[in-house]
Structures are given as C-alpha cells and as structure tokens.
Design a protein around this ligand. Structure first.
Ligand code: 5GP
Length: 194
C-alpha cells in the first residue's frame, strides 16, 4: 500500500534490533483516519473468506484490528497479556516470545469468545519472526476454530516469520513489506497480494 510505504519513509525511525518505530501514526499517537484505511485494505483481501471473528494481541494490534473488524462487520477479540479481574472463567492461554522486549509472556482469551465454528482472521501491526502470530494460532487451535489468515500492517521481510507462516499454508497478507532498513534508507518489496 503506497500510502503506508510513504508514511513509513517519512516518519519511521530505525532503532537497534532492528525495530521500526512508527509511533507518530500507529504505535503511540494514532492517526485514526489512516488506521481505518489500513484496516479496510486488510479487510478487502479477506472479504471472500467468510471470516467470523478477528483476533489480535494487546496492545499495539488493537487499533488496526478494530479498523478491519469495522470493515468486515465482525467482532474483534484481543488476547490479553495480564490476568485482570475482568478476565475470568475458562481460558485458553499460550506463551509468546516478545520480539521488542526479548521476554516471554502469557496471553489469554476467554473460551466463551472463541468457538469451534469461528473462522478467525488474525490482524497485527507488525510481523517479524512470527511468534505473536504463532501464539494466536495456538489459541485458535485450542478452540478448535479455523484460521482464515493473517493480515498485517508492516512485515519485516528480512525476518523469518512471513516466509515460515506462508510455507505453512496460512494466507498471510501485509500492507507493506520492508525488505531492508538501514542507514541508507528503507527498501520495500512493492505490491503484494494474497
Ligand atoms: P514477531 O512475534 O513476529 O517476532 O513480532 C511481532 C510483534 O512484535 C508485533 O506484535 C509487534 O508489536 C512487535 N514488533 C516486532 N517488530 C517490530 C518493529 O520493528 N517495530 C514495532 N513497533 N513493533 C515490532
């Protein structure tokens, strides 16, 4: 998506890791109009997939997942990182390794919100090594539900997640794929589709 690539070029900052910081419009301050467009563009790719639910992981995936959910007219469920008093009852849980923090954490969803007859589209802001998506796939598997695919805003194509997930047969679609980012700038893979 050219508008996203332009925005990344103009506002993205490359941090060690390497981590792409897009806090001016996606990860901290959020450009609501723009995020709705990103969500709609992801939804467009999966409109024939009979998606019944969107699943993401808190917190940075939530905004774009809501945008995609609004476009597909389906509920949006987010895996929670912390057990709080408003999460109760029977849970599915899995452990995810955080790329940005370098630590493992547990995420949970309540069983009543993920059912065996759900066809679930995973949506997230970034795809790097694929650990977040693998965790969400594990929750979908535990529920006996079906994964429709994974729609991502920004994929770092130089990390293994995208290739691994596509090779497993999951329909993965990313609005922007970064093939290289360094002091010479950011190189995108260009248009891609499912
Ligand atoms: P993965 O699990 O695919 O290795 O990493 C994806 C998760 O880590 C995303 O949910 C995202 O929050 C975070 N992440 C990975 N790489 C980046 C990055 O370059 N920039 C930002 N802002 N988040 C990232």
């Amino acid at each position: 998506m050219k508008a996203l690539e332009d925005r990344i070029r103009e506002e993205g900052k490359i941090l060690p890791g390497p981590v792409l910081k897009v806090s001016s419009f996606l990860n901290h301050q959020m450009d609501a109009d723009f995020i709705m467009q990103l969500g709609a563009a992801i939804a467009e790719q999966y409109k024939g997939f009979r998606v019944t639910k969107i699943l993401t992981i808190e917190s940075s995936g939530i905004a774009i997942a809501v945008a995609a959910g609004a476009a597909l007219h389906v509920p949006v469920l987010f895996a929670k990182k912390h057990l709080t008093s408003n999460v109760s009852g029977d849970l599915y849980q899995t452990v995810v390794h955080s790329y940005t923090h370098g630590t493992d954490y547990t995420v949970v969803v309540e069983r009543e919100y993920l059912k065996a007859d759900d066809k679930v589209l995973i949506v997230d802001d970034f795809l790097a090594n694929g650990k977040a998506i693998e965790g969400l796939l594990d929750l979908i598997r535990q529920a006996g539900a079906e994964a429709a695919g994974a729609g991502i805003a920004i994929e770092k194509g130089f990390q293994e997640g995208g290739q691994k997930l596509r090779e497993s047969g999951l329909p993965v679609y990313s609005l922007a794929i970064v093939d290289r980012m360094d002091e010479n700038g950011i190189v995108f893979r260009g248009e891609n589709s499912l």
